[in-house]
Design a protein around this ligand. Structure first.
Ligand code: C2E
Ligand code: MG
Ligand code: MG
Ligand code: MG
Length: 282
């Protein structure tokens, strides 16, 4: 670590792979400590109806406030937790914490609870034979009705095969709904939509970003709406950042929108449970 603080990037003369492996091992150990030390939090991002702007649901997203490094992105540490297996414990903690919160919202007579809770599940979690039972146990102990839970899985996690598809059938049998997350970035096999139990497609932000332009992403986003309608699936547009995007998405048929334009992920206490502004005013 001699180069630290000298202005010379360590990366330049260290074998990059060793450095990465070291960082991964370090981070992996820190995830273990963070689980024991209660450093993880769950935040919630609204998924709203268009054009009314009602909060249809919330997506639970994990946050890690590292005591020295500050906030670390899940896009960075979730893959590490996947590789060292701690995602199983972390994922179960997120699921339990979010289900408990949903029950609290539903019990709160002063506010309108989000209609459903959506929780991300990684490939490794899904591949574990015991996963559906873990979900069933958490639903039983928290008292959240299964129909109020959606699990978000990626196309890749499902494509990996193994127990994944079987697990989805078991979750379905419980009454839990299934969303394909980041749709369009993985294998995007349309056959998957017929061979795997799926209720919702979350159309990836990369298709939404340039939706107001004349580019091909808009054509694809529009085609996916027709696919969803034809197959009886729900479509959610991810990463909606502007009123213009929301307006175009509504016009081409999207009825569920999620993104910074409607609300960033926030702590449960900061989620606005009061009736909101219309999502589309144009
Ligand atoms: P994701 O499931 O696709 O979640 C959406 C991500 O996009 C979140 O990032 C969210 O904060 C961000 N986002 C939402 N709206 C906008 C927008 O309008 N603009 C932009 N630029 N970003 C937006 P986050 O929270 O950093 O999570 C990143 C990824 O990490 C998630 O992508 C998911 O794959 C994974 N992840 C997060 N929490 C969990 C978890 O509890 N378990 C598992 N297995 N994975 C998780
Ligand atoms: Mg997600
Ligand atoms: Mg997503
Ligand atoms: Mg995404």
């Amino acid at each position: 670590y001699a180069a630290k603080g000298t202005g010379e990037p360590y990366r330049r003369w260290s074998p990059a792979l060793d450095e990465q492996a070291g960082e991964q091992a370090r981070l992996g150990a820190e995830i273990r400590a963070a689980l024991d030390g209660d450093q993880f939090r769950v935040v919630y991002q609204p998924i709203v109806t268009a054009p009314a702007g009602r909060m249809a649901g919330v997506e639970a997203l994990v946050r890690w406030e590292h005591p020295e490094r500050g906030p670390i992105s899940p896009a960075y540490f979730i893959p590490v937790a996947e590789r060292n297996g701690l995602i199983v414990e972390l994922g179960a903690w997120v699921l339990r914490t979010a289900c408990e919160q949903m029950v609290r919202w539903r019990d709160d007579t002063m506010a309108t609870a989000p209609g459903y809770l959506s929780v991300n599940v990684s490939a490794r979690q899904l591949a574990r034979p015991g996963f559906p039972q873990t979900v069933a146990d958490i639903l039983t102990t928290t008292g959240l009705p299964p129909t109020h839970l959606t699990v978000e899985v990626t196309e890749t996690a499902v494509f990996d095969g193994g127990h994944a598809v079987q697990a989805l059938h078991q979750l379905r049998a419980l009454g839990v709904r299934i969303a394909l997350d980041d749709f369009g970035t993985g294998h995007s096999s349309l056959r998957l939509l017929r061979t795997v139990p799926v209720d919702t497609l979350k159309v990836d932000k990369s298709f939404i970003d340039d939706i107001t332009g004349a580019g091909e992403h808009r054509v694809i986003a529009e085609a996916l709406i027709h696919v969803c309608e034809g197959l009886g699936l729900t479509a959610v547009a991810e990463g909606v950042e502007t009123a213009e995007q929301a307006e175009v998405l509504h016009r081409i048929g999207y009825r569920l929108l999620q993104g910074y334009h409607f609300g960033r992920p926030v702590a449960a206490a900061d989620l606005d449970l009061l009736p909101s502004q219309p999502a589309i005013t144009a």
